[in-house]
Design a protein around this ligand. Structure first.
Ligand SMILES: [Zn+2]
Length: 127
């Protein structure tokens, strides 16, 4: 199987590293890394006050946690996709579809450097 050449890998690596930095910054605004599992991000509950005695405060915290979770989940998925793409560049397996193992379309990688599948299989990837 023909591999992507190294020049391409370098170009995409830069893009992916930039994307990773941006994603990490965004993730930090709504959550924090799980200390036991660096791939797992947990939503923060805003101004957390565990001793909140006021029911309204507690409700606010829950609401804030839920909206943070809604923001965090897709960011977390994207973050892990970018990380796995960077790992693939390192292992020289970058640019192949995870389903059919064919080379991912060049235009697709240019638009989404963290793509894990070719266009035909974009909805079939496991999360
Ligand atoms: Zn495919």
């Amino acid at each position: 199987m023909k591999k992507q050449n190294t020049t391409d890998g370098e170009v995409f690596k830069k893009k992916l590293e930039q994307e990773l930095t941006v994603l990490e910054t965004e993730l930090k605004t709504v959550g924090h890394k799980n200390p036991n599992n660096p791939k797992d991000w947990e939503a923060s509950s805003g101004e957390v006050d565990i001793n909140a005695s006021d029911l309204a405060d507690i409700a606010d915290n829950i609401e804030s946690y839920e909206s943070n979770t809604a923001i965090l989940k897709p960011l977390e998925k994207q973050y892990n996709d970018v990380k796995s793409a960077l790992a693939k560049i390192k292992n020289d397996t970058y640019g192949f579809c995870e389903i059919c193992e064919k080379v991912i379309e060049r235009e697709r990688l240019s638009a989404i450097p963290s793509a894990r599948t070719c266009v035909a299989h974009k909805d079939q990837v496991r999360n």
